[in-house]
Write a protein that binds this ligand. Structure first.
Ligand SMILES: Nc1ncnc2c1ncn2[C@@H]1O[C@H](COP(=O)(O)OP(=O)(O)OP(=O)(O)O)[C@@H](O)[C@H]1O
Length: 227
């Protein structure tokens, strides 16, 4: 499992206890290749978000391992986990989650600012150019379209060059044109920057942009195929 950028081994997540317990993950073993675009699909309630949250260190597992390049996140302290999330993982959410009072540039640079790190201007300029944000950097989120806001969120996720970007329904709030645009950019990040991306989606069209599709049902992986 160490060859994978992100992996789960026999991952179990039980919410609640006793008669009302829900086994959201029922022994998931799966690996996500580096520099590939992977999609997790499956019916509502099949455990997609729970798997992603455990792999991204946003939720704790009941048992099993959630590996980020061989680091088992289930064994880390809260402080260590916070650092891993900040330094080694990028996030893109359905609801963009940009800070409304900051400009696009400040939003993109937020993970660098928070980590008190030096901004790599060359990398920043390249990202902004590839994502088509050069003329939008001084705008606040409210002055941007949904597609532009998601591009800012994507730049924010990529700015630290994380080992994995986890995207949770990244096109869920976008119309079909903006969706195609964002999916094309996710693909481009994989192709040009060697970025590893793991995306949860309901949308067959979104999944068709991925290299690999992992299908879940009832808390288990039922299929993992090259798209
Ligand atoms: N915080 C929670 N407390 C209790 N049960 C939960 C919690 N989060 C998820 N579950 C349950 O775990 C199961 C898996 O949920 P999960 O959100 O991972 O599914 P999903 O495939 O992402 O669904 P959707 O596509 O609707 O987002 C569901 O039965 C859900 O009701």
């Amino acid at each position: 499992m160490n060859n994978f950028a992100s992996a789960a081994t026999d991952l179990v997540k039980v919410y609640g206890s006793g008669a009302t317990a829900v086994r959201a993950l029922d022994g998931v073993t799966v690996g996500f290749r580096p520099a590939a675009f992977s999609a997790i699909m499956g019916p509502s309630g099949s455990g997609k978000s729970t798997l992603m949250h455990c792999l991204a260190g946003l939720d704790t597992a009941t048992s099993g391992a959630a590996l980020l390049r061989g680091t088992d996140l289930t064994r880390l302290s809260d402080t260590a986990l916070t650092r891993v999330r900040r330094d080694r993982i990028g996030f893109v959410f359905q609801a963009f989650n940009l800070l409304p009072t900051l400009s696009a540039e400040q939003n993109v640079l937020l993970p660098v600012t928070l980590a008190d790190r030096k901004v790599d201007r060359v990398w920043f300029e390249r990202l902004v150019e590839v994502l088509g944000l050069s003329s939008r950097l001084s705008h606040r989120p409210s002055e941007l379209s949904g597609g532009q806001q998601q591009r800012v969120a994507l730049a924010r996720a990529l700015v630290t060059r994380p080992e994995v970007v986890f995207a949770d329904e990244p096109t869920g709030n976008l119309d079909s044109r903006a969706s195609a645009d964002v999916l094309g950019l996710l693909r481009q990040a994989v192709r040009e920057f060697g970025q590893t991306i793991v995306m949860v989606t309901h949308d067959d069209r979104a999944a068709s942009h991925a290299d690999v599709v992992v299908r879940m049902a009832d808390g288990r992986v039922v299929e993992a195929v090259a798209a």
